[in-house]
Design a protein around this ligand. Structure first.
Ligand code: F3S
Length: 426
């Protein structure tokens, strides 16, 4: 790998032993993936994936301490993935005991470390850091050192920034030293599409289902999607960005997609069109039958597949302000049609603290409260990832949550039916 004089000096210890180790780690990481050089990280903010003070993360805290003690704090301020705990989310005595005494007992300590390293502000905990209310929205062409898969795919695809699917800890290292290795999605070649996806559905596909189908097919490759603009239009407005947030998270978790292009819609596709498609790209046609097949093949890993759901999580990735408002309308209408006053399954809508603050300032907040729906800033995955919660029959419209936990995926319409009326999914 070719290094600049400054990079070589850092590697040789000119800025201390700790920063030299950080640089060495990033260079080795790059070499594994064939990087040719190190390039500067740009943009005002970084985003970190490790947000939880898990007891078992001792080595992470040691590493963070070394950085802090050596004065090697992040060159950018950063946001972090969602916090794992919120008293508002229903949990029984045993779950609470485990969350607080075993799993996330180091949360306060870890947040203190994050503060010292450069947290944007005390509540900058969300996976949707790119939302206007949060204020960590990269510009087109920015080079990032992020790791949260749902945020990486959004930044690359919708915003036109450049970021690889890094791992946790690598994200902070890139930001501390100010450079990341140049390979993969940072290169023009790596951003070319090796799959063409043809959308031939008779209605707008469910974002989370379409993303899942594409993710499982292309895995870590780059898809170029044609025919979706007929359902989404050609403007990256609020509704479309929300759709792409959920769609992208499903591609990134059901497969390992870090970038997608949508013809006539996403910035690079608008700019370069079909020139983005690599020679010999493969084709995948998605019609109604294909989406139905994908949906029917999801395994149900509940002990009792006919169990009545005990909890519903919406907002993985975190919901947008408009989503919260739209769902308030939908839940109210669903309850009215069913003749119910409150949701019949405990239901949690999750969103960024900054989005929830804006939501609270609207008349929708009180209306949603009256339906019995709870709002929270947590990451549902962190709630689910333990044997006690894992045994609960939880439903979700998130294909990411379905993939990583025992939660069962329901379409938006099915979720609405379940929480407002009850009734079994066919
Ligand atoms: Fe966000 Fe947690 Fe889901 S980080 S994407 S809410 S798994």
């Amino acid at each position: 790998m070719i290094l600049t004089n400054e990079q070589q000096a850092i590697l040789d210890g000119a800025q201390g032993e700790t920063l030299a180790k950080v640089m060495k780690t990033l260079i080795r990481y790059g070499e594994v993936f064939g990087a040719d050089k190190m390039v500067p990280v740009t943009g005002a903010h970084n985003h970190l994936v490790t947000s939880f003070g898990l007891k078992a993360l001792g080595p992470v805290y040691d590493l963070m301490n070394q950085l802090i003690e050596a004065g090697n704090v992040s060159k950018q301020t950063f946001s972090v993935d969602p916090r794992p705990l919120d008293k508002k989310v229903p949990a029984n005595f045993l779950q609470n005991f485990i969350f607080h005494n075993f799993m996330y007992s180091r949360q306060d300590f870890y947040e203190e470390q994050l503060n010292k390293l450069g947290l944007m502000e005390k509540d900058a905990f969300t996976c949707t850091c790119y939302m206007d209310e949060v204020g960590n929205k990269p510009k087109k062409g920015d080079v990032l050192s992020w790791a949260e898969s749902s945020a990486v795919v959004y930044a690359n695809s919708v915003l036109g920034a450049r970021c690889n699917r890094n791992s946790g800890i690598m994200d902070i290292m890139g930001s501390v030293v100010g450079y990341v290795p140049h390979f993969g999605l940072l290169t023009d070649e790596g951003r070319k599409a090796t799959w063409v996806i043809e959308i031939k559905t008779t209605k707008k596909p469910e974002a989370q289902l379409l993303g899942s189908a594409i993710g499982m097919k292309v895995m870590e490759e780059v898809p170029y999607i044609v025919g979706l603009d007929q359902w989404l239009g050609t403007e990256l407005d609020d509704a479309t960005c929300t759709y792409l947030k959920d769609f992208g998270a499903a591609t990134a978790s059901n497969g390992a997609v870090g970038l997608y292009h949508i013809e006539n819609l996403t910035p690079e596709a608008v700019e370069s069109g079909k020139a983005l498609i690599a020679e010999d790209a493969k084709t995948y046609v998605i019609d109604d039958a294909e989406l139905e097949r994908v949906y029917r093949e999801y395994p149900v890993i509940w002990k009792n597949p006919d169990a009545k759901p005990k909890l519903c999580f919406m907002g993985c990735p975190h919901m947008s302000l408009q989503q919260l408002k739209d769902w308030t309308d939908k839940v109210e209408a669903g309850l009215k049609a069913a003749g119910n006053k409150k949701v019949v399954i405990p239901t949690v809508f999750t969103a960024a603290p900054a989005v929830l603050k804006e939501f609270e300032a609207t008349e929708y907040a009180e209306r949603l409260r009256r339906t019995g729906v709870i709002t929270s800033y947590i990451c549902p995955l962190m709630y689910m990832n333990n044997p006690l919660s894992g045994k609960m029959p939880v439903i979700t419209s998130s294909n990411k949550l379905r993939t990583y936990t025992t939660a069962r995926y329901y379409t938006d319409d099915e979720i609405l039916m379940e929480i407002t009326k009850g009734g079994k999914k066919k």
